[in-house]
Design a protein around this ligand. Structure first.
Ligand SMILES: *[C@@H]1O[C@H](CO)[C@@H](O)[C@H](O)[C@H]1NC(C)=O
Length: 501
């Protein structure tokens, strides 16, 4: 249960981390899958695409998203902290971390100079530093974070040089985590062959690969064939530590879900059945969500039947998906019945469930039902949160009812909720729809003044709508501000597609 993350902010954080760690490749990857799901959904609700993405990201997908960046606990610290005096222990620890950081800086300085006429390895040897897990992490994380398009190959080369050098040092052994870090560096540098060689090396040296290893690698499998090979390899691997999942299939399915690899999920499911593994509730939840995302509601219902026939009871996540599907199908009465049923079986609907339902209903354009459940939630003693408010506001904006959207926006602030970047984006969009461009621009100023950093969706909403309205000077001013902040410069070309811009 704790693997399922709910809050929008958390999802955004996860997305940001993923983007930082994997760079543009994953972005492209996720984006292409989003396009597939979009083409399936298109024709249903012609929402603004960016807003749709933003709401999906801030809301529904979060229920099934999985923090792919969970690192195993810091290792290599077991030798400290034997002292019972906590203060003493703390300062020892502090000193240890400070030393590692300081040494890491020296190591990086030496590595940078590597080249003809400068033997970095020799220099590192002469430095006589004690190589610890923390030091290796510091150095690799630095390379990973500082790497950019112009020097990615060099970063990978230097990172690997250090990785090999450190593995030869006394009393030091790489951990699964340090392997993951160098793999991520290779992933960013698009050195895929090297990544796969590292996987071989890990297995040969007796390391247990984890769901994280799988995640890093699967992100670089551009072709379906390669992705399937990887899945097979992990299924067969005796060195795959898939805990806390029941079996390797669930670990892989869950990973693929985080990456929205729905076709691959179907394929893995078939394989799982062929090999005689029986699905549990988690498996069913993932599969049902997949069928829903692929627009295959027949199979969605078949799976639900099958699950109940297998004697498995739907859990909170199953109900969550069900409610969303009922919402999108514009079936508020069925949803009401389902919620009553949930209460009878002791699964009390939470804000999460109401939000999923409301989101579905808003996509079906039934704002009246949205409002009913929004109020019903309060009647039942749960209070809407920021995500729920954002979903309602977005629903009103898309339906062209800026006034109601504004009322809710004010309401949430009065109640002490902080609008997030998606709330602001929806409000800005609504103001643009109503051609209140001055207000839209002051909304941008407002969000910045309260410390809510606009993301690319926000800039894009403004630029597109200003361009469409022929307000080129204002659009260019927004672009200038964005560039001045040094953000999203690599996405600048996206603005070119707007007429007159
Ligand atoms: C790569 O480029 C970034 C940004 O330009 C810089 O901060 C980093 O130090 C460079 N890394 C190396 C190893 O040269």
């Amino acid at each position: 249960m704790e693997n399922f993350r709910y809050f929008g902010a958390l999802w955004i954080l996860i997305m940001m981390n993923t983007a930082v760690l994997f760079g543009r490749r994953v972005y492209r990857y996720l984006h292409s899958f989003r396009l597939i799901s979009k083409s399936i959904c298109s024709g249903r609700v012609k929402n603004d695409e960016f807003m749709k993405e933003s709401v999906e990201k801030s809301n529904f997908d979060t229920y099934f998203s999985w923090n792919t960046n969970v690192e195993e606990p810091l290792s290599g610290l077991s030798h400290i902290g034997s002292d019972n005096d906590e203060k003493e222990c703390f300062s020892t620890r502090r000193r240890f971390f400070d030393d590692a950081r300081c040494n890491a800086e020296r190591v990086i300085e030496i590595l940078r100079q590597d080249g003809p006429g400068f033997d970095a390895k020799l220099c590192l040897d002469e430095m006589q530093v004690r190589v610890s897990n923390q030091l290796v992490r510091e150095v690799l994380i630095n390379f990973l974070e500082k790497l950019d398009r112009t020097n990615k190959t060099r970063c990978a080369k230097l990172g690997y040089k250090f990785f090999v050098w450190s593995s030869c040092q006394k009393n030091y052994r790489h951990t699964v985590n340090t392997y993951h870090l160098i793999m991520e560096i290779f992933a960013q540098a698009e050195e895929f062959k090297a990544m796969w060689r590292l996987l071989d090396e890990m297995t040969e040296n007796g390391y247990f690969v984890t769901a994280r290893t799988f995640n890093i690698l699967i992100c670089t499998c551009g072709e379906v064939g390669l992705a399937r090979d990887l899945v097979e390899r992990f299924i067969k691997s005796k060195k795959f530590n898939f805990r806390p999942y029941k079996h390797s299939f669930n670990a892989i399915l869950h990973s693929l879900l985080g990456l929205k690899q729905y076709r691959l999920i179907e394929w893995v499911h078939q394989k799982m059945l062929l090999e005689g593994y029986s699905p549990d509730v988690l498996t069913y939840n993932i599969l049902m969500y997949t069928k829903y995302r692929l627009g295959n509601l027949d199979q969605f219902h078949k799976l639900l039947d099958e699950m109940c026939r297998d004697g498995l009871s739907p859990d909170l996540h199953t109900y969550n998906v069900l409610l969303h599907v009922l919402g999108e199908g514009d079936k508020p009465l069925a949803a009401l019945n389902l919620m009553n049923h949930m209460r009878e079986v002791g699964c009390i609907p939470s804000v999460l469930h109401f939000t999923s339902l409301i989101y579905g209903l808003s996509r079906a354009g039934n704002l009246e039902a949205c409002k009913y459940f929004f109020d019903e939630m309060a009647n039942k003693g749960s209070h809407p949160d920021v995500v729920c408010y954002t979903v309602m506001i977005t629903g009103y904006v898309v339906a062209g009812d800026l006034e109601k959207a504004h009322t809710l926006f004010d309401d949430m602030i009065i109640k002490g909720y902080l609008p997030n970047v998606y709330t602001y984006n929806s409000m800005i969009l609504g103001l643009c729809y109503a051609r209140k461009f001055e207000e839209a621009l002051s909304m941008l100023k407002k969000m910045e003044s309260v410390g809510c950093n606009p993301n690319f969706f926000v800039y894009n909403t403004l630029v597109r709508n200003l361009c469409n309205a022929g307000k080129l000077a204002a659009a260019h001013e927004i672009i200038r501000q964005m560039v001045e902040k040094g953000q999203y410069v690599h996405l600048l070309s996206r603005f070119k597609r707007y007429k007159r811009c």
